[in-house]
Every structure is written in structure tokens, then in C-alpha cells.
Design a protein around this ligand. Sequence first.
Ligand code: ASP
Length: 417
Amino acid sequence: MKKMGLTTKIFIGLVCGLITGIILNKIGPNYVSDTLLVGGIFELVGQLFLRGINMLVVPLVFISLVNGAASMSDIKKLGRVGSKALLFYLFTTALAITIAIGIANVINPGIGLDMSKLVTSEPNIQAAKPFVQVVYEMVPTNIIAAMSQGTMLQIIVFALLLGTSLTVLGDKVKTITDIFNQLNDIVMKLVDFIMLLAPYGVFALIARTFATLGFDAMAPLAKYMFAVLLALLLHTAITYSGLLMIFAKLNPIRFFKKFAPAMGVAFSTSSSNATIPVTLETVEEKIGASKNIASFTVPLGATINMDGTSIMQGVATVFIAQLYGIPLSMNAILTVILTATLASVGTAGVPGVGLIMLSMVLTAVGLPVEGIALIIGIDRILDMTRTAVNITGDAICTTIISKLEGEFDESIFNSDN
Ligand code: ASP
């Protein structure tokens, strides 16, 4: 009953935030709205919530991954779960981009568009790192620096190695393994505390975003947005539901009902990383996924698996190609699928990075990187939506692997709390 209360509250926060934001935007600039609400109360509550969950991300990812890898009774299971997760993440991402390119070619968002109507704010586009660099930078040279800067891939690599050593050493290092186990409980309790603020935080963040953005900015890019949103919806409704039914034999509607609050938090924060605590808690305590599998696949997925982001990149590439009148050959399309899958691995789970990584995809097929400037103005809204899809992919993977490993608690899934 209490848990259901929080879910409903988060949802109410989201809807009220949306309505409040749009009303404030329509009223226009004034002291009460700008200084007191948007720049005052909303900013305060939103930031308190964001900082609260961000505070937990590094300790949670580190502790939960060490714990996850250490609790895989043997090294074979670790390899099995790890390779299944990796396969799932790469396959669903490639499929997501394919869907996105297909939809974009049907909707043709960039054809017949008056370029002068597009937002022409001064672009500030940073170049994406070359992929080779993304790979070697996965290994930290200084683990403390990685933690202090929150460099997720590096933290993951170190945590996995540490957890694996604990598994290999077994009983000899039982005390340390137990300590990590207890630390995991402690950090999950901290998540509970911060989540009490979630409904208000979600309300404040959403209200602030929509009060600032409004809907008007979106009109010229409506077709592009529609294509991205449609692809996100189809990927969620068809790919995810299908995989869930085929491999886990679970009812997708029930799954999404239970997972919705985590999607709400992803939507309001635009950050997979910041949502890790909530994703973890939801898949373990409401969906019924195994703790040791979730603590392994969720942080990993939040860092390397970004189906929503790759969907935006697929549609954006076709959109920009159409705007500039450059046709994409079959070869170019395959290159987009490959580079966007890799870009998804290199995209950090924080707001806006997907757009920066788009430059890697555009460059790979010889499209002008300046094209990004045209979609930057409305990316915030799409970022919110794609982040919700990004974390859903992680949760689906976790659920399926738990089921395949025979570690899924069906009674949690079927219960109503
Ligand atoms: N905001 C996204 C995430 O955290 C990444 C992106 O597409 O910019 O998952």
C-alpha cells in the first residue's frame, strides 16, 4: 500500500508538473513565475532531489557491481550472465536504430521543410571522441580519480575486476564479500530515503523544463519529433514487449505498470545514471528480478545500453541527410547502424550527451556536423523521452536474464505492491 502510494505520487507529480509548466509558459515572464517559482522553489526542490540521487550514483554503482560480480557463485555464471547481457544490449540497440531509420524513411521529416524556420541558436557542438579512445579509456589509470569524476565505464571495469577476484577467491575473502553485501543493503536504504522526495522532485523538474521551453519552439520540428517519438513507442511496445513475452513469458502490461515510476524519474532527470538507484530498486522489489543479476546488469546497461538515444540518432541522421539533400546509400545506412550502436556504448548516461555522440555518426557517413545545430533547440524534450526508453531496455534485459537463470521471483511480479 505504501509502495503503491509512492508510485501514484510520482505519476501525479509528473502530470501536475507538466500542466504547471505549460500554464506558466503561456502566462509568460513575470516575477512570481520566473523568480519565485521557476528560479526559486522549483529550482530548489528539483536540485535537492537531483543532487540527492546523484550523491548515491557512484557508491551505488561501485558497491552493487562488486557485490553482483562477487555473488555469482562461480566464474562460469559471471561469464554467462555477462555475455548474455552484452549480446542483448547490442542486439536491441541495433534493432532500435533499424526501426528508427525505417520510420524516418516513411515520415520523411526533412523533406519540404523551410530551413529558415528552424531554431538558429548559436551551436556549441563538441566533437565526440574516436571510438578507439572510448575503448582504452574504459580502463582507469587512477580509480580514485574515476570515482571523484564519476567516470562510469572506468568504475564499472574496476568494480567488475574486484568482484571477480572475490568470486575466484571464494571463502578465503568471505569477510570482505560480506561487507560488500551489507554495504549494498545500506546504500539501498539510502535510496529509499531519497525516493521520498521523488514526487516533489519530479514535479519541480518537469514544471521548470516546460515553463522554460513551452511547446511553441517545437512547431517547425514537429515531424522530426513525431518520428523519434513514434520509433521510441514502437521499440518499447513491440521489441521490448515481444522479448518479454517470448523469453520471460511475462505480461508486458503488468511489467510497464510496475516499471512506470522509474520511467517517470528518467523522464524528469534525463539521466540514466541518476535513475540507476530507482531502476535497481524497481526491478528488484516490484518486478522480482534477482538481486545479484540486477546489481550487475542495471549499472552496466545504464552506461552502455542506450536504445532510445540510438533511435534519436537514426532519425536525426536521415533528417539531416534529407535537409541537405544528400541521399543515404544502403552502405551508409549499415554504417549508421554500426556507428550508432557503438556510439550508444560510448554515450554517458547524463543529459544531452546523445546529441554530442551524434556527431560521430554523422561524420561516419559524411554528413555535415552542423546539422546538429538544427535540432539542438528541441532536444531536451526528446532527451527526456529517450532516457525513459534507455532505462527500460536495461530493466527488460535484467528481467529476461533473471528468468533464464531461474532466479526470477514470480510472486513479487504478481503481487500488487
Ligand atoms: N540522457 C541520456 C541518458 O542519460 C543520454 C542521451 O541520450 O543524451 O540516458
